[in-house]
Design a protein around this ligand. Structure first.
Ligand code: PLP
Length: 365
């Protein structure tokens, strides 16, 4: 049976999402004992002991379905954000939220505008949903917000702004974002993906939570995967006007956020001081790594996130392969549309960053 005849053309033309290689796979394939992963912008520090304890305790009740409404998590996060829980929508990672918005809003012939290169899930999700993606090239590695506003037409349902942007680490300022919002018709939803917001130090970064009341078309998308070290459990959220959230609830899978993710996220929210300390440690390591990469003669894009975009001489795929042979997993950026010469390095623990630098030094020599 030729199954390809059964599927929509957009699906046949799409390649599956290819994540950073897991450590175990590289160990098996290359016969290496020690492998470090700096490829998926994860938090190199594990979940906090209080979070692990909460997960352990909740494991005893896994015979029950999770709370479909994420009631307790909604109260905890709502209190932190100063919003009623009716402003919140939780997802199986914030990837699911992106998917929910695209599926719920876009009919055939309509489109979604996003920057390119940006988070690869936007074009992939659009490709399988009526090929609705309308990428707008970055300018100098940053979102070109005026060009994105110009790309919006009568068929645009959603604009996605990744801020800070993955994979460049760059950001758009509050002034730029305010001007952009003013240019977008009120019936077009603007989803700002702030997966890395907790790592940002730039004082002129937009405070989007404060814009929600004046902009009922604004959606803020965030995650527990990065700063809270919970990528493996899958929990993310959107903050938006309750009218919009109420419609989105109709489209989600009934128990989309698992029980362990819910208790882990609540426990993580209680660890405020440690969360701030983790962001500070990331910043310190990121700045050190950036300086040392620059000292190797490499071009490093200034980053507000927990990763660095680095231009390497020659072919990024072969540099990545040589790093892999030395037990260091990073991400070549060709699949993201950044050409052949760019890799993305996630900030690791100090010893991991040193190992990555040493390996790069060897390869470049
Ligand atoms: C910009 C951006 N958005 C969303 C995600 C996915 O987050 P989650 O793990 O919550 O699905 C990532 C993960 O790398 C990301 O870089």
């Amino acid at each position: 049976m030729d199954y390809t005849r059964l599927f929509r053309p957009g699906i046949l033309a799409t390649r599956p999402y290819s994540p950073g290689k897991p450590i175990g796979e590289v160990q098996r394939e290359l016969g290496l004992d020690s492998v470090i992963k700096l490829a998926s912008n994860e938090n190199p520090e594990g979940p906090l002991p209080s979070v692990v304890a909460a997960v352990r305790a909740a494991a005893a009740e896994l015979n029950r379905y999770p709370d479909a409404a994420c009631h307790d998590l909604g109260l905890a996060l709502g209190a932190d954000l100063g919003r009623d829980p009716s402003w919140l929508l939780f997802g199986n990672g914030c990837n699911e939220i992106i998917d929910m918005f695209i599926r719920a809003l876009v009919s055939p012939g309509e489109n979604v505008v996003f920057g390119h290169p940006s988070f690869i899930v936007y074009p992939l999700t659009c490709a399988v949903h009526f090929e609705c993606g309308r990428p707008v090239p970055l300018r100098d590695d940053r979102h070109d917000l005026p060009a994105m506003a110009c790309a919006v037409d009568g068929k645009t349902k959603l604009v996605i702004v990744c801020n800070p942007n993955n994979p460049t680490g760059t950001y758009n300022t509050a002034a730029e974002f305010h001007a952009f919002l003013a240019d977008i018709p009120p019936e077009v939803i603007v989803l700002v993906d702030e997966a890395y917001v907790e790592f940002v130090t730039a004082p002129d970064y937009p405070r989007t939570l404060e814009l929600l009341d004046a902009h009922p078309n604004l959606v803020i998308n965030r995650t527990f995967s990065k700063i809270h070290s919970l990528a493996g459990l899958r929990v993310g959220y959107a903050v938006a006007h309750p009218g919009l959230i109420a419609e989105l609830h109709k489209t989600r899978e009934p128990f989309n956020v698992n029980a362990l993710a819910q208790v882990a996220a609540i426990a993580a929210l209680r660890e405020k001081a440690e969360t701030v300390a983790r962001a500070a440690r990331n910043r310190e390591q990121l700045e050190r790594l950036a300086a040392e990469l620059a000292a190797l003669g490499l071009e490093v894009t200034p980053s507000q996130a927990n990763f660095l975009l680095v231009r390497v001489p020659g072919n990024a795929t072969s540099v990545t392969r040589e790093l892999l042979a030395r037990g260091v997993i990073v991400r070549p950026m060709n699949a993201f549309g950044l050409g052949e010469g760019a890799i993305r390095i996630s900030v690791g623990l100090p010893a991991e960053n040193r190992r990555c630098l040493e390996a790069l030094k060897e390869i470049l020599a």
